[in-house]
Design a protein around this ligand. Structure first.
Ligand code: NAP
Length: 491
């Protein structure tokens, strides 16, 4: 079926990138026609497409396909795998407009953010294409004579990835890139809200030369698919990005098969601005860290701590700039904030705001469903917060800037670290000694100093505590898909 004829907001150059079937074993498979899942445009509520509602048995079949594919893929040289990954990245760039349109239609973020995500997503393929050629072993000095000690780094085997809706392209390439580079094969279950981007990526991967059983995409019932992946002894690695609750549950389900895990989970980022910060620089960063993707990123500024001396100046500027944000359908020109993903996201924000207000907080701007209705929410600023309110400990995941006033470095460090999560933290100050002290003391996997633009393919992305395990991207990311084998050789 030509999906352009459906409710797609923009015509695609290559409508064949839109698929309503799963990509399994090199074939597009539709599954039971009576059990299909709608994909909804969050900006309009229109149904964009339907995808299969696959479950346990189809996932088990995909695992078997992957197992059969493994030997041939891992036997290719790193250089051969690299060439294919590079070609896939190139195809992503060539089809960036179509991919961005698909992404915005199903996810809601403004088109300029979608095209940045496509470039970011392709950067992982390029990066790991290079890493594929540099998976080297080691020769160690033996403590006894007559032995040689060798270390091999080998692909872990059949892998699985479960990904979220907030970055429908990048969260896939950040896992599939290193997996394929390492010589692994992988099955991806994308989020129910955003399967179309994943399927378009599979289309381009195949065009680039990735065999159809080396990277498969299965859509459908999360629990059944998750159970099949977790329970299988063939699947040796699960990489999950999503909420801490689901991550914790998957971790438990993977325990019986002792699978290697990467978990990129929720955050509760402190965004700390000291009196001596460059206020304009901090403001630019705050607008990005708070309102990008309507506040639906794991590294979003969740708690904005501002030192007393500049608190009022920052709050005033924030209100002014937030009021000027242009809200609307992300596929229209000039939009800076799209809708939230669904009604559940709206209800969560409303509940957090109600709880905070009932405990004495004050809404300085916004606070309601936007006049556009649906899942649009007004960019909101809330003040007079205290640490016992729900908003201080839960991930907001929406366009709500929560402002806290602090006096001393020691106070803010204690507040910032009083979170079970430890993904990203931000720090704004001109004092170099303080930069070192704070960066070292913040219990977070990533610290942005005088910047919020921390995500790229080169830096190791990941968290500590309840924010997860492992690192993605960077020279460390490939290790998540490799096993270390030691050979002790008598000579
Ligand atoms: P989610 O509800 O945990 O869903 C993530 C994925 O898990 C989706 O594919 C979902 O499928 C699947 N899933 C849900 N229940 C499952 C189950 N019982 N068994 C197996 N799979 C299951 O999270 P989300 O709402 O999509 O994403 C937002 C969360 O992701 C936030 O907490 C955010 O901080 C986090 N995140 C973290 C990072 C990072 O790098 N640390 C990056 C991005 C997002 P369905 O969609 O089909 O339900």
């Amino acid at each position: 079926m030509n999906l352009n004829a459906l409710e797609f907001p923009r015509t695609l150059v290559r409508p064949e990138l839109l698929h309503q079937e799963c990509w399994l074993n090199g074939q597009w498979q539709g599954g039971d026609p009576d059990k299909r899942l709608p994909v909804i445009n969050p900006a309009t509520g229109a149904i964009l497409a339907h995808v299969p509602n696959m479950g346990y048995s189809v996932t088990s079949q995909a695992i078997a396909n992957a197992q059969s594919a493994l030997a041939a893929w891992r036997a290719r040289t790193g250089k051969q795998r690299s060439v294919i990954l590079k070609r896939w990245a190139q195809l992503m760039h060539e089809n960036a407009d179509d991919l961005s349109n698909i992404l915005t239609a199903e996810q809601g973020k403004p088109l300029n953010e979608a095209s940045s995500e496509i470039a970011y997503a392709a950067s992982f393929l390029d990066w790991f294409a290079e890493e594929a050629k540099r998976i080297d072993g080691d020769i160690l000095q033996s403590p006894v004579s007559g032995q040689r000690l060798l270390v091999l780094r080998q692909p872990i085997g059949v892998c699985a990835a479960i990904t979220p809706w907030n970055f429908p392209a990048a969260m896939i390439t950040r896992k599939v890139g290193p997996a394929l580079a390492a010589g692994c094969v992988i099955i991806v279950k994308p989020a129910e809200h955003t399967p179309l981007t994943a399927l378009a990526l599979a289309h381009l991967a195949y065009e680039a030369g990735v065999p159809g059983d080396v990277f498969q995409v299965v859509t459908g019932e999360p629990e059944e698919i998750g159970n099949a992946l977790c329970e299988s002894d063939i699947v040796r690695k699960l990489s999950f990005t999503g909420s801490t609750d689901v991550g914790r549950m998957l971790m438990a389900k993977c325990a019986p098969t002792v699978k290697k895990l990467s978990l990129e989970l929720g955050g509760n980022a402190p965004f700390i601005v000291f009196d001596d910060a460059d206020l304009d620089e901090a403001m630019d960063a705050l607008m990005l860290a708070k309102f990008r993707n309507s506040g639906q990123t794991c590294i979003c500024a969740n708690r904005v701590f501002v030192q007393s001396g500049i608190y009022s100046a920052l709050a005033d500027k924030l209100i002014e700039r937030t009021r000027a944000l242009k809200i609307g359908d992300g596929s229209a020109e000039g939009i800076q904030q799209g809708p939230l993903i669904d009604g559940r996201a709206i209800r969560k924000i409303q509940a957090l705001l109600e709880d905070a207000v009932s405990h004495g907080a004050r809404i300085a701007l916004g606070g309601h469903v936007h006049e556009n209705g649906g899942t649009f929410f007004e960019p909101t600023i809330i003040q007079d917060l205290s640490k016992d309110m729900r908003i201080s400990s839960e991930e907001i995941f929406g366009p709500v800037a929560a402002l806290y006033r602090f006096d001393t470095e020691a106070d803010v460090l204690e507040l910032a670290n009083a979170s079970k999560c430890g993904l990203a933290a931000y720090l704004f100050t001109r004092d170099h000694a303080r930069i070192w002290r704070m960066s070292e003391a913040l219990e977070y996997g990533m610290v942005g100093v005088n910047t919020a633009a921390i995500s790229n393919e080169v830096g190791p992305f990941g968290g500590i505590k309840h924010s997860g395990l492992g690192r993605e991207g960077s020279k460390y990311g490939i290790d998540e898909y490799l096993e270390t084998k030691y050979i002790c050789m008598k000579v």
